[in-house]
Ligand binder design. Structure first.
Ligand SMILES: *Cc1c(COP(=O)(O)O)cnc(C)c1O
Length: 362
């Protein structure tokens, strides 16, 4: 069996151990004679997985008891709309705009009738950084940030403080470092970048933010899902099963702190190769805002021919998903939890070799 080095931005690499376990159990889950995919979401067989996924998340991510953990559908993009619909009181919300995903969240908040204030932005410099000062007002319904900017490769290394509830879109860095929950009232993420397959959306929110709102469609109320332990309707059972296996894998690695330290190593060697390339590779993100999850970089002079040659070379070496997003160009290496150090080491070696071969040509 040959597994590619997958640097895709999402859906992205899952730990091989997780997939092997799923393969082993695919036809006969723990002697039940069923695939877990075929089991009722009301069965004891499935209930154990559902509850275990939640309790492992709570344990590993140190989520306090006053937070609810929900498994929803519709992706982070659905949360862009559900958050304002459910959290709207006065109608005032403030955003830090750090890229395309923030922009989409802002757009949906406006559609939901919120009065949106963008109080900090890095748009003028092509979203190459996290704004230095972010001061949210106290008298707003909530404040919103995108913790990791998947396209531009920037990341908050500390969350801003906010008296108003801070809502974090952590789609591309959930479970990659310990979170200071005293700062966060709500976090949401599509599972497909760092936690499992697409189809499951993780919501972690303070119970006090879950309100009865009879004017919203039943499925769009957090209360519906909280009251029913995310089993109001059929949840994405197979996705939650894989999420549970991923949580077990994180635990085996030594927990979130251990994962963070591996992530730091992976990012360090990659940024080092970029910084020590004599200007051949140029990081999109400013140093202090660099993401440990997505490393976006260009080739000197943004030479498209050389870029295409490099991408071809990575593909020949069994690496996939390195082409940058169309808005930044260049390359992007997504090095989520599931990407092994070995893959990043192979990429670093290839980048060094390529720079040496090509430097005089650009
Ligand atoms: C991928 C991504 C999204 C969109 O997630 P979906 O689950 O596809 O809706 C939102 N925010 C961020 C930061 C992302 O990386």
């Amino acid at each position: 069996m040959k597994r590619a080095y997958n640097f895709g931005a999402g859906p992205s690499a899952l730990p091989t151990e997780v997939l092997l376990e799923a393969q082993k159990e695919l036809l006969d889950f723990k002697g039940s004679g069923l695939s877990i995919m075929e089991a009722s979401h009301r069965s004891a067989l499935y209930a154990e997985i559902h509850d275990n996924a939640q309790s492992l998340m709570r344990e590993l991510y140190a989520i306090p008891d006053e937070y609810e953990i929900l498994f929803l559908q519709g992706g982070a993009s659905m949360q862009f709309a559900m958050v304002p619909m459910n959290l709207k009181q006065s109608g005032r919300v403030q955003f830090a705009n750090t890229g395309a995903w923030s922009v989409k969240a802002i757009k949906e908040a406006k559609i939901a009738g919120m009065s949106v204030e963008v109080i900090a932005s890095s748009e003028e410099t092509s979203f190459d950084r996290i704004p230095e000062t972010i001061n949210f007002d106290d008298a707003i319904d909530y404040a919103h940030i995108t913790s990791n900017n998947t396209i531009y490769g920037t990341q908050y290394h500390t969350y801003p403080s906010s008296k108003a509830p801070l809502v974090v879109d952590a789609s591309s860095d959930i479970f990659s470092y310990p979170v200071d929950w005293s700062k966060v009232s709500m976090m949401y993420a599509g599972a497909q970048k760092n936690a499992g397959p697409s189809g499951v959306t993780i919501v972690i929110m303070k119970k006090s933010l879950i309100r009865d709102n009879n004017t919203l469609p039943t499925m769009l109320r957090y209360k519906t899902h909280a009251d029913n332990n995310s089993l109001y309707n059929t949840p994405p059972t197979f996705g939650i099963y894989l999420l549970n296996l991923t949580m077990e894998w994180i635990k085996k690695q030594g927990g979130i702190k251990a994962i963070e330290s591996i992530n730091q190593t992976k990012a360090d060697i990659l940024y080092k190769a970029i910084d020590e390339s004599n200007g051949f590779y140029i990081s999109h993100a400013q140093k202090e805002s660099r993401s440990l999850m997505n490393v976006s970089f260009n080739i000197k002079g943004k030479n498209q021919e050389v870029e295409a040659k490099l991408i071809k070379k990575t593909e020949e070496a069994g690496m996939i998903g390195l082409k940058g997003h169309r808005s930044t160009g260049g390359l992007r290496a997504s090095i989520y939890n599931g990407v092994p150090l070995e893959a990043v080491e192979a990429l670093v070696a290839l980048l060094k070799e390529f720079a040496q071969e090509e430097y005089t040509n650009v």
